[in-house]
Design a protein around this ligand. Structure first.
Ligand SMILES: Nc1ncnc2c1ncn2[C@@H]1O[C@H](COP(=O)(O)OP(=O)(O)OP(=O)(O)O)[C@@H](O)[C@H]1O
Ligand SMILES: [Mg+2]
Length: 390
């Protein structure tokens, strides 16, 4: 480990997310799939509400039991009070409904809004496209921010293939909606058979996915009608995406990057931290979730060779000795796992500064209720005086 990395790590470990929770207007939890984004978002929102801030957590596809303990029963885009925590609302993002709301609000008239919503191509687009969910999370963030009802808005992000999709998807979607690809697609003289090849050549995953789901006659008609009826709305889409982008760049916002202690998730966290720095977006910290904690102080001297040697000495004894030997072996394994995880964290943070580095241990069970969130919160927002705000 270079000296610089060691210094950055030591400094980052002294900080936690207390300052972000106490002061930020928007907190975005992001990271690779399955690492604990939804859990971290809920725990941070809990912490903000407990400080007396009016808080909402916008969750995306939470596990059913967690949703239940937050008082969420269905995807309905409506903020619901979390009964056990005064000042905290929770909401599940319904991507399709958000898209419909955007169309209703911004289409030039009702008839046009209905035409768009009943269009087959729109229905595919709003239901299933990669990137739509990220875009809609941004639209919803824009709404909640503009509504002014909350001091703190905590956003969970969807399990994208790549964490960076969250930042890139709105641009891809607005480019797409602007019809750049469609103009090529509909250019006169293109035979239907060649069209697919041409579209594929653009490499637009978004486009292909939607287009390929609509088969048979009328595809081009649907597409043309869709883009015609969207005429006049592109600017709005773009402007809102840009204004959310600016909000995310402001000091009122903070990104919390979540990773598991394995190399692939940490590598992705590293890309994300680099990209946030590049885009001028403020980072509050890196959460490494489900870590193996270090050995307790009293066992700190027991390295693997020492533990193994002691285990060998005990192995021939009675049942209690053999149990002690087995525990020593467990300890030796745990020391190795902890060390491996630490190496992965160090590698990921080479020349990258996450401001705060918080390690949350693997709990004995899933985090699906307020007590479980409290336990996570205690790590994210530690109360020890040695930990201060970045
Ligand atoms: N520190 C922890 N200890 C034990 N279990 C945890 C911990 N953190 C999260 N979990 C559990 O891991 C599972 C995944 O967490 P979570 O849903 O927050 O991940 P996610 O990043 O939002 O996933 P996705 O990318 O699928 O949305 C959940 O069942 C959660 O309860
Ligand atoms: Mg999630």
């Amino acid at each position: 480990m270079t000296r610089r990395t060691a210094d950055v790590l030591a400094a980052a470990r002294k900080h936690d997310l207390a300052a972000a929770v106490a002061t930020k207007h928007v907190i975005v939890c992001t990271g690779a799939g399955g690492v604990g984004k939804t859990t971290a978002a809920a725990a941070l929102a809990l912490a903000a509400a407990r400080q007396g801030r009016r808080t909402i957590v916008l969750t995306i596809d939470p596990a059913r039991r967690l949703a239940q303990s937050l008082g969420l029963r269905s995807l309905d885009n409506t903020p619901r009070p979390v009964k056990a925590v005064p000042g905290l609302d929770a909401m599940m993002l319904d991507m399709k409904r958000t898209f419909d709301e955007v169309i209703d609000r911004h289409a030039s008239d009702r008839r046009r809004a209905e035409a768009i919503k009943s269009n087959r191509f729109y229905r595919q687009l709003s239901n299933s496209l990669a990137g739509t969910q990220e875009y809609m999370a941004m639209e919803k963030l824009y709404d909640l921010h503009a509504g002014g009802a909350y001091d703190c808005i905590v956003i969970d992000t969807p399990p994208t293939r790549n964490a960076l999709d969250f930042l890139d998807a709105p641009k891809r979607l607005t480019d797409f909606l602007e019809g750049r690809f469609l103009k090529m697609f509909l250019s006169p003289g293109l035979a239907a058979g060649r069209t697919v090849g041409r579209v594929a050549a653009f490499g637009t995953g978004i486009f292909m996915k939607a287009a390929s789901r609509i088969t048979g006659a009328g595809v081009l008609g649907d597409l043309a009608e869709f883009f015609q009826s969207m005429e006049g709305m592109y600017e709005g889409f773009k402007n809102r995406a840009q204004s959310v982008y600016r909000l995310l760049q402001s000091h009122d916002s903070a990104f919390v990057v979540v990773a598991s202690p394995e190399t692939p998730a940490l590598r992705e966290a590293r890309y994300f931290l680099q990209r946030l720095a590049q885009d001028g977006m403020p980072t509050a910290g890196l959460v490494v979730n489900r870590t193996t904690p270090p050995a307790p102080e009293a066992l700190a001297h027991l390295t693997r060779p020492r533990a193994e040697a002691a285990a060998r000495r005990l192995a021939d004894g009675g049942p209690e000795h053999r149990a002690a030997a087995a525990l020593l072996e467990l300890h030796a394994d745990r020391v190795d796992v902890h060390r491996r995880e630490q190496r992965a964290v160090i590698a990921a943070l080479h020349n990258v500064n996450p401001r705060a580095l918080i390690e949350v241990p693997l709990m004995g069970s899933d985090v699906h209720d307020i007590a479980g969130l409290d336990a996570i919160e205690a790590y994210l927002v530690a109360s020890e005086p040695s930990r201060s705000a970045p």
